[in-house]
Design a protein around this ligand. Sequence first.
Ligand code: PEP
Ligand code: MG
Length: 445
Amino acid sequence: MSEATAPQTGQPGATPSGAAGDPPNDVGLTIASLRAEQVLDSRGWPTVSVALTLDDGSVHEASAPAGASTGAFEAVESRDEGEEFSGRGVLKAVAGIEGEIAARLTDRRWDGIRALDDALRDLDGTPNLARLGANAVVAVSMAASRAFAHVSGVALYEWIAAQTGAQPLMPVPHFNVLNGGAHAANDLDFQEFMIAPLGLVSEEQAVRAGSEIYHALQSAVRDEFHTAGLGDEGGFAPPIANPVQALDLLVAAIEAAGYTTDQVKIALDPAANGFSLGDGNYQVGGRRLDRRELVDYYDGLLGDYPIWSIEDGFAEDDFEGWQLMFDRVGSSTQLVGDDLYVTDAARIREGAEKHYSNAALIKVNQIGTVSQTFDAIAAARENDMACMVSHRSGETIDAFIADLVVGTGVGQIKSGAPARGERVAKYNRLMSIERRQPQLQYGLH
Ligand code: PEP
Ligand code: MG
């Protein structure tokens, strides 16, 4: 892939231009063929892999990730529901790509990713991509984005910066080092305990800190629990149930690795859908809490631990809980909507208006296309909300989101632990970009 000099991408902090149509610097392309395959993801379940060949002979690949703690409003995957792979096969999605989608996309000129993504949505014909499958559509949209970067003669992140009008930025990685919830077999209700090197100055340093703290934590978990079993995102999954115990382990590991909690903060994704009892009630660490008690609980944790960000602290339909939390701590803590917004620009705008949160998680396959992902980021920025680009718990070695986070300049990514191939593919790509472009700033802004 070319690493040519970035084209003019607008001023720092400029509003992404995606929603207004394709920017003028797009170069058109013609797709000669589209092939798809069923491959395995990091959980060992089938997923969709696409190879898109242009008329110049170049091949552009992408693979779909898959969530486990999915939001009710996400775009819908196509799963075969047959006997193979417990119903999780994706051969229908593969056939759709090689059949209907290929027939629609090949042998004609595409002037930009938005037109191509719109054609995919029109072809699917449902609001949530349920017919062709979000796993089929997202893999094609990602491969097509790589093809547009190729014909533009720039790296993927540079093409994304040109599309969104953003200033490229090296993001703060959020390493998920302790796993619970739907991603692990322990009794920890909170899904993700992440470390975020906010106080360091480069991606390289941040990844080193992530690795060193991960290994310090590994020693502690081995010593104390005689296990180093992992959750789906590569974080440790010791047999603990209380979030406080997990936080104590994290702080000790940060310090044991020689860092301070000014340099390395903690971010949580409780993924509250997973412990919601409905009607604004929750079950945490064996206790039943109503939404007000849960706000108090989080507020207590914020007072006792160096936590800077909490994602999905409340269920996707507990709007009152989100508002109570925002009122209490929204001026000092990042509150991220994941299942709440599902990378949907309209839901993010509503969240900003109703004061649900001050940040949005960004997952391409939640909304299904790359251009709508740009729209979600644009909606957040227009409303002064931060964004964190995210992997899924089921991943492949496709590192698209590393380029996405640099090119959109949003300054935050989570891609699991600093271990396991499908997680480190993203962190390694980030370090590679930084080495080639040392002038890029590291940090949240
Ligand atoms: C998350 O909830 O933020 C997450 C990455 O998990 P999943 O991919 O299972 O939705
Ligand atoms: Mg989440």
